[in-house]
Design a binder for this molecule. Sequence first.
Ligand code: F6P
Length: 326
Amino acid sequence: MATCKCIGILTSGGDAPGMNAAIRAVTRSAIFHGYRVKGIMRGYKGLVTNEIVDFDSHSVSNIIQLGGTILKTARCKEFTTPEGRKLAYENMRAAGIDALVVIGGDGTLTGAKIFAEEYDVPIIGLPGTIDRDLGGTDHTIGYDTALNTILDAIDKLRDTASSHERLFFVEVMGHTAGYLALYSALASGSEAAIIPEMETEVDQLGELINHGFRKSKNSAIVIVAENPETGGATALAERVKKEFPEYDARVTILGHIQRGGSPTARDRILASRMGNAAIEAIMEGQRNVMIGVLNGQITYVPISKALQHRKQIDRDHLELVKILSI
Ligand code: F6P
């Protein structure tokens, strides 16, 4: 965009490993192409409260390996109101920012979409979420690291599950998506994944028991996607205790440990490519798109399309978990 001179960057919503690598890539690519860069603290909150700082290439030194986000993050209530967004726009313009790069998940992109509809602000989104629940991209920044963190935990749980001959329900994050649950189950050799995408179709626990899991094994690990509506792993374990008292069931909820840690090489590379692509998109005059990666290639996904994420999982992969756990 010919008129854009200064780019503001923020991270919002749940943090994800690799956000720092993305901040670094956006900042350095922008400076390389002659833009000024401003860091906006605490996501949209920093726009509303005017916490905006000048960035240079040293501002992002030695952060590629760090989890979390040096810009901090928040879920901002004020930005959901027209008054809050007006203030945000005024602060942004007063700071001389002409375009925004926002890094986060569906809440962040929803905020971006509304802001761009109300004000004439070019916004480029980067998918930064461990949930991988955005459309138009094969990967999101942070997903791979979270998956590996989960694997590390499951491998450890397997030792004790096996020693005590127990059934473990391990609850993982994912918001309303089952990717972390499904693929951590596949990669860890767990006996099953219970995911929200299948919830209305089958009684997943009943099926599991009927298939006679643990018949020939002395322990079992079932990965359960978090689900506030059904009660997740805790509710399943309660049900097992009542209906199948012969099983010695335990629950482990992995929680926020899944959001921390040094990003994997895969997440660092993804974040670096996407951060650079955000600046290229701005240079091409793109606006209100999310950077995606499909079949290894960078794509521009209209933010509205990225948000229309359909709950699609590869059923063959779910089946594979079963096949490989006989
Ligand atoms: O979107 C990332 C995520 O970690 C989800 O997997 C989870 O449901 C949610 O954020 C937890 O949010 P909070 O940190 O606000 O409790």
